[in-house]
Design a protein around this ligand. Structure first.
Ligand code: GLC
Length: 451
């Protein structure tokens, strides 16, 4: 073969290898490797979401700029008055830890475009406000010091950036489709895509180990935005290359791309059963607010009770999932008293009952769930947890469980729960004798040591 032919052949082979590795870069991992990478997250079960930005000042929803169709000029007063003088992330971190949370995700930038970190690529950042500090830096250090894994939320949507094209979810959205083209003249999404990559590089380079990146969100279709608008694959490759262990949500519009996401994110609702994709159960995390809004909302009154919130956590674990529970700090940088009350109530429960949460998952088939109860199961210790949402009066039957049970105790005080086998029901049934009064915990748990 002539040497130029050999050269061309080699070149072709090289190009082929190169293009294949670019394609497979997102899916290099086996299922077992993914399980391993996500192990800490799966066992943690409970995390804190924090939505904080300029929208804490209007205090009427983080979408206020959009809802009220404000221009950048109209929104500017919140930047000018941003000064969270009571910001003390060590206190936030302590409250998260005491509530039983094992990881945290903070909005480094939300849809409004304001950056809580000292980005080189914008002036629209906390260091340029009268407060003058990189809020992310202190946050990362404080939460790490309390032993929580640290993550960032990063909004794909940006209502401030001059190159971000106006779309159906933008404050300046239009009723007349023809207007979009006119308004977007001169806006260059190429520049915005570059901006996002630069910022993701900053966030995943300048703050040590980052365990989660939560991109939000895609809305493909007419006047919408999806993977091509974000250059999702390359954004994700960048994130993974900078932080190989990082765990990523599923809002980049890469659901059908192998390796394009790690977990799914049912928002503000309870799943009916463990979510699946292509017939396989998948990792999932429900994100939820205490009330309705993610950002601080002064006048909102629909706050969930501690019992409801605990039920949400337990029910998530009972279906194999996580709960990411949101706090919207005030514009002074504090958690308001309603959030504090709920966090501490959850912490009181967790302090005595965490064994039924951490490392736990859906109970194996064949385990009996009494009425008004939720089951979780720890596969390592082989213990079953029965959460009694309504306290029974004295007697509780566990059907078809006698051959499975070795010992039962109340989790909160490790007091024995006595039972008889096949008393007046079927031979393999258990009849438990419980105290008539509900034990002094929000949701009592029976710990069943299995054979
Ligand atoms: C939604 C909202 C947003 C919030 C997020 C949390 O996508 O746009 O405000 O940050 O949900 O999951």
């Amino acid at each position: 073969m002539k040497s130029w032919k050999i050269f061309i052949c080699l070149l072709a082979i090289l190009l082929l290898i190169n293009s294949q590795s670019a394609q497979s870069q997102l899916s290099k991992e086996t299922d077992a490797q993914k399980v391993q990478r996500m192990k800490w997250w799966t066992e943690a079960r409970f995390g804190m979401f924090i939505h904080w930005g300029l929208y804490a000042l209007p205090a009427r929803h983080e979408w206020v700029k959009n809802r009220e169709r404000m221009t950048n000029e109209q929104y500017q007063k919140y930047f000018d008055n941003f000064n969270p003088d009571l910001y003390n992330p060590k206190e936030w971190a302590r409250m998260a830890r005491d509530a039983g949370m094992k990881y945290v995700v903070l909005t480094a930038k939300h849809h409004e475009g304001f950056c809580l970190f000292d980005s080189k690529y914008t002036d629209y950042k906390s260091t340029n406000t009268s407060f003058g500090k990189d809020l992310i830096k202190e946050y990362v250090e404080a939460f790490r010091a309390e032993g929580l894994k640290v993550g960032f939320y990063y909004s794909l949507i940006d209502w401030h950036h001059p190159d971000y094209t106006i779309d159906s979810r933008h404050p300046q959205r239009q009723d007349d489709d023809a207007m979009y083209e006119k308004l977007n003249k001169g806006r260059d999404m190429n520049k915005y895509r570059e901006y996002m990559k630069n910022q993701v590089r900053e966030l995943l380079t300048n703050y040590g180990e980052i365990s989660i990146i939560w991109f939000d969100f895609s809305f493909p279709g007419k006047n919408g935005k999806g993977r091509a608008d974000w250059d999702s694959e390359n954004l994700l490759k960048l994130a993974r290359s900078l932080q190989p262990g990082i765990i990523v949500d599923d809002r980049l519009d890469l659901k059908d791309v192998e390796g394009g996401w790690d977990f799914t994110t049912p928002e503000q609702y309870k799943v009916e059963k463990w979510p699946e994709y292509n017939g396989k159960k998948i990792p999932w995390e429900t994100c939820q607010t205490f009330s309705g809004s993610w950002g601080y909302y002064r006048d909102e009154t629909s706050w969930k009770s501690p019992a409801q919130l605990l039920e949400l956590l337990i029910e998530s674990v009972s279906k194999g999932g996580n709960l990411l529970l949101n706090v919207g700090p005030t514009a002074r940088g504090t958690f308001d008293h309603r959030a504090q009350d709920r966090l501490s109530a959850m912490g009181d429960w967790i302090a005595l009952n965490s064994r039924s949460i951490y490392g736990c998952t859906e109970a194996p088939a064949g385990m009996y769930a009494p009425p008004n109860s939720l089951l979780t199961y720890n596969p390592v210790t082989n213990r079953l947890y029965i959460h009694l949402l309504v306290w029974p009066m004295g007697r509780l039957d566990l059907k078809n469980m006698a051959d499975k049970v070795k010992y039962i105790q109340l989790l909160s005080d490790a007091s024995e729960v006595r039972y008889t086998v096949g008393r007046d029901i079927a031979a393999n049934d258990l009849t438990l004798t419980l105290p008539v009064q509900k034990p002094p915990v929000e949701i009592p748990v029976l710990e069943v040591i299995l054979r």
